[in-house]
Design a protein around this ligand. Structure first.
Ligand code: MN
Length: 266
């Protein structure tokens, strides 16, 4: 298990690292996309030394060939890729897969100028070791989802899925999202009722990585939880600029510690 927590040491000149997750970018939600694109394009002097995207950047990803063609989705994905590539020319940009965009492959990463991060990844930075994850693997109480996750993360399953025509994969993804939305509606669309990260599993991961702080997304419940013995887990905010109470936030890590920066000041 220890190889899962292989150590990554930040370059000595890094002063700050920004973390975001759960933007769920999609052609049908221009407000979040525009806010994100404007934020990405801010002057280099206002940026951290690296950007870590901890999953669910995209609402759905059915294969890197989704970037090809003239359809509105393909044009949208290419616009996202272009914004990321331009950003990455000045700021190293790292991508960890979420449960929506785990099929982003080498060609897609390359189109976006991003470097892949394993889930989980431990980083030595600012005098501490940080552990990063999307977070879905730790939501152990949702046994249906964990079964699904095991299936779709299997290389043989992915190979068979990616061999299907693009339109068929898009149809499957639509059906899965419809089922997921139906489950959310059935639970009153209340994130506090959805499965959460298992505290004991989070502590095990932190001990295995010899880290004290776990930073993750996925649950859309931004908070800081004390895990005891000096350990904590810090949950990123999702982004939704079209919500009745719009939200978008960047977590900045520096020698000063953790800072939640609402989009306007980030
Ligand atoms: Mn997720």
């Amino acid at each position: 298990m220890t190889d899962r927590f292989a150590q990554w040491r930040a370059p000595a000149h890094w002063q700050a690292v920004d973390c975001i997750s759960d933007l769920h970018l999609q052609a049908g939600e221009p407000a979040t996309f525009e806010a994100w694109r404007t934020w990405l394009a801010r002057p280099v002097s206002e940026r951290a030394d690296a950007l870590l995207i901890l999953g669910d950047l995209f609402e759905v990803w059915v294969g890197d060939d989704a970037l090809q063609g003239d359809g509105p989705d393909a044009v949208f994905w290419r616009t996202c890729a272009q914004a990321l590539r331009t950003h990455a020319q000045d700021t190293p940009t790292y991508f960890m897969a979420g449960n929506r965009d785990f099929l982003l492959g080498p060609a897609g990463l390359d189109a976006c100028g991003m470097q892949a991060l394993n889930d989980p990844t431990a980083l030595d930075f600012a005098g501490q070791r940080w552990l990063f994850s999307h977070g879905d693997e730790l939501c152990l109480a949702d046994t249906d989802y964990q079964r699904f996750r095991t299936q779709v993360r299997d290389p043989a399953w992915q190979q068979a899925f990616l061999a299907q025509p693009l339109a068929q994969r898009e149809g499957t993804a639509r059906e899965l999202r419809r089922q997921s939305e139906a489950r959310k509606q059935a639970s009153g669309n209340d994130p506090s009722l959805w499965a959460d990260v298992d505290a004991a599993a989070a502590r095990l991961w932190l001990r295995a990585a010899d880290a004290t702080t776990l930073v993750h997304g996925h649950t859309h419940r931004p908070a800081e939880h004390d895990l005891g013995d000096g350990m904590r887990r810090v949950v990123l905010s999702d982004w939704d600029l079209a919500a009745p109470a719009p939200r978008a936030e960047v977590l900045r890590i520096s020698a000063k510690g953790l800072q939640r920066r609402p989009l306007k000041s980030a």
